[in-house]
Design a binder for this molecule. Structure first.
Ligand SMILES: Nc1ncnc2c1ncn2[C@@H]1O[C@H](COP(=O)(O)OP(=O)(O)O)[C@@H](O)[C@H]1O
Ligand SMILES: CCCC(=O)OP(=O)(O)O
Length: 366
């Protein structure tokens, strides 16, 4: 790497790996220089499943990454981290402050998730290096309409936790391709990765969505909605340990519970060899389509497009499987395989650093 260049360091911790990138900060834009997915050893995840206990290890991974690519800390212009489910927040870019670090460390959060490691690591490095750190469109972006927050039990409301960063990034890309801004776009967007978020975007706002850890279709690694009283019976009959139960519904639930793998390419192969497995996969397509139609109903059938994104949609078979159940909606499709999280984080941080976009203010816990 050229020793005169300046970079934005991007940190995106997932449940089993840390996605890291260095983006060159050019005059008016960013350009990816290097991007890597660094695994977290399985035994560390077993020994230290809680995000707080993994912070030192993940911070070390970041230092090794920049060192490996020959970048010195004084070449880092600013740091961009994925923002986790801290508390309900408007979409936008926030500077990571001591208050945010403390809320995460002391678990004043919406729900535990590996993405919460990012702002802590970013903040600590930013203090050491004397540069700002930011997050953009955190998991807890909350643009839900009031109707979307009511559940059948007043003491357990629905809440917004979703792949806001990638959902908004692909929405912006689609809108730009049509020569308009995200605020002019109304669409259903399905993020289909390890977890799925199927969201209703109305004029640029994520007004409702399935929450990957709570509900919706069963997913690659997550159970989604379950028959609720049978779930209560299951708990009282088996008395599972809370940590293991959470892991069962988020991490070991969904397709992985039937196929024993979370590699979707492998799942496609196994489904071809076994009728029962083929039915499970078909049911996943069916359930995704069911929630796409539900989100289109939220939008009063005004979605102009159905957008697919996430790792699963690299596979045409998956897209075709879902379309089989949603073609009756007679909507066009747009497909953005993988995702744009790293680019969206780098761009958000760059625009904040340059003062192109105003920073959102994090108000601390209420
Ligand atoms: N290039 C690819 N071709 C086919 N399938 C892919 C590809 N990349 C990822 N996948 C599948 O996508 C799934 C993971 O999606 P991804 O969006 O990367 O998840 P996450 O970021 O939530 O870990 C995996 O099951 C993997 O098999
Ligand atoms: C809780 C929504 C965000 C989420 O599930 O992210 P990952 O799929 O990266 O775990």
């Amino acid at each position: 790497m050229n020793r005169l260049e300046k970079f934005i360091l991007v940190i995106n911790p997932g449940s089993t790996s840390t996605k890291l990138a260095l983006f060159r900060a050019l005059e008016n834009e960013v350009e990816v220089a290097v991007e890597e997915n660094v695994s977290v050893p399985v035994d560390l995840l077993e020994q230290k499943p809680h995000y707080v206990d993994q912070i030192d290890f993940r911070l070390q991974q970041v230092l090794e990454f920049i060192d490996k690519h020959g970048v010195r800390s004084d070449q880092i212009l600013c740091i961009a981290s994925r923002g986790g489910p801290i508390k309900p927040l408007p979409a936008g870019t926030y500077q990571i402050t001591k208050e945010i670090e403390q809320d995460i460390m002391q678990e004043r959060i919406l729900s535990p998730h590996s993405s919460l490691i990012g702002p802590v690591v970013a903040f600590r490095l930013s203090q050491e290096w004397g540069v700002p750190a930011y997050f953009t469109d955190p998991v807890s972006v909350d643009e839900f309409i009031p109707e979307a927050k009511i559940s059948g039990l007043p003491e357990i409301p629905r809440y917004s936790a979703l792949h806001a960063l990638n959902l908004r990034a692909v929405a912006r890309k689609y809108a730009e391709s049509k020569g308009k801004s995200i605020d002019e776009l109304t669409a259903v967007i399905a993020h289909l990765g390890g977890g799925f978020s199927i969201a209703a975007l109305e004029k640029g706002k994520l007004i409702d969505s399935t929450n990957p850890n709570e509900e919706g279709p069963f997913q690659l690694e997550r159970a989604g909605s379950l028959p609720v009283s049978d779930f209560v019976n299951y708990i009282y009959e088996n008395w599972p340990d809370q940590k293991n139960l959470r892991r069962r519904i988020s991490g070991k639930g969904g397709l992985v519970a039937y196929f024993g793998t979370n590699d979707f390419r492998e799942i496609l192969k196994l489904a071809k060899e076994d009728k029962d497995k083929a039915l499970v996969l078909e049911s996943m397509y069916y359930q995704v389509a069911k929630y796409i139609a539900a989100m289109n109903a939220v939008l009063r059938n005004e979605a102009e497009v159905i957008i697919f994104t996430g790792g699963i949609v690299y596979n045409d078979e998956a897209v075709d499987g879902i379309k089989r159940y949603s073609s009756w909606l007679k909507k066009p499709y747009a497909i953005y395989p993988g995702g744009y999280e790293m680019e969206a984080l780098a761009t958000g941080a760059f625009r904040a650093f340059k003062g192109i976009e105003p920073l959102r203010v994090y108000g601390g816990t209420d």
